[in-house]
Design a binder for this molecule. Sequence first.
Ligand SMILES: [Zn+2]
Length: 480
Amino acid sequence: MAEEKTKKKKKIRSYPILVLCGFYAAIFAVMLIYISAYSYNNRQVLMDNSFNTRQQILLKQNSRGRILSRDGDVLAYSEVGEDGKEKRVYPYGKEFAHVVGYSTNGKAGIEALANYYLINTSIDLSEKVALDTQGSKYPGDYCVTTLDVDLQEVAYNALSARKGAVVVTNPKTGEVLAMVSKPDYDPGTIQQEWDSLIADTSPDAKLLNRATQGLYPPGSTFKIVTSLAYIKEHQQDYNNYRFSCVGRFNYEGESISCYHGENHGSLDFIKSFAESCNSSYANIGLSIPRNVFADTLDQLLFNQELPIDVLYSKSSAHIDDNTSVGDVMQLSIGQGATSMTPMHLNMITCAIANEGELMKPYFVSGIKSEDGKNVKNYSPENYKRLMSALQADTLKGMMRQVVETGTASKLKGLSYTAAGKTGSAEFNTSTSDSHAWFTGFAPADDPEICVTIIVEDAGSGGSFAVPIAKRIFDAFFGVE
Ligand SMILES: [Zn+2]
């Protein structure tokens, strides 16, 4: 009897323990499934973590793969130096510095983007055996980019010793054809110069890719955004808009001047855009319902993540019921607290060129093994419609007028028809120092190339950024 009681007691006592064991076993199983699934889904991210020993093992076994231009020119390769150590060689030196990036002291650019493939190899087993007998490493898979050496060279040389950035893309596919940022660094000697490069946190920092990370006041290029907000409200009657510019616009004690105080006289909507009249645009901006302006900013990806696979900064532009009249006027002409990256402006321009549809920008078109196998192919991807086809067409017509009768007349009468918008963005209100901007595309009726340029502290966009665009368009269309 006494024995039975103890047995019962034991049973009762062991029941919670069993439940607890079962509970822990279940948690353990769930975690195991989670970790396995996470590792599988994020295998590329895990491997790219530089503390990951798997990466070190792969680097001992495989030599880092090459990076090629769209036409097969070698932009980066690895070779064994006299000291027996593998080193990375960049045949074009500084020219591709920011876009191709680097792979020592961390990684950036395409070196970071394609790292997983560059350190892995997909060559056949028989090839591996042959290399093993020679005591050689396996060649890592190589990466074919969308970059065009000729366009990159022209953009690089055209920016000369100036600070700034150039982005060249294909609006129909999203392919990035060229990307330049200055000041730059030599990726071949980055290891030796690393300490001084990272110590520089000034606005002149060389490691900063100004094309995707540089936040600038967009100045008059932002009139594209203000125009879209206005067109949304006035698609049928924007042609009825009239304004008389006296070189300055005053409203409720706030004041906006036209560039260099120029008096633009009598203007309609399209002429206000073509001649880039600040007074007229402050007036237009104030007439747009604030929720419509705010929706337009959302629609054009301000204050949001962008679909780009390299390091970038988020552009910033705000308007709500609490925004002051002065700030609305500044926003309308892309000044004040508004800031934007050249890459983002290029994306908006591409959407206009591509009937409103933004293609996801991309840098890598394929990964191949050194024995000729296709490992992975990347195709053009629709990202999002940024505006209706009709709105895109209206803006395109306005950007044509900028070339025909406005501030980008240096692109007029050429063998191709260009369209675009200039900007002279003041960054120092006391001295009126300005960055020169241009963003545009060609041929206007069926755009194949989209170019965005900023030249820091240069002056007007029409004088300093448009000639760079012309050199890039000329090179693209084979004009001597
Ligand atoms: Zn004006």
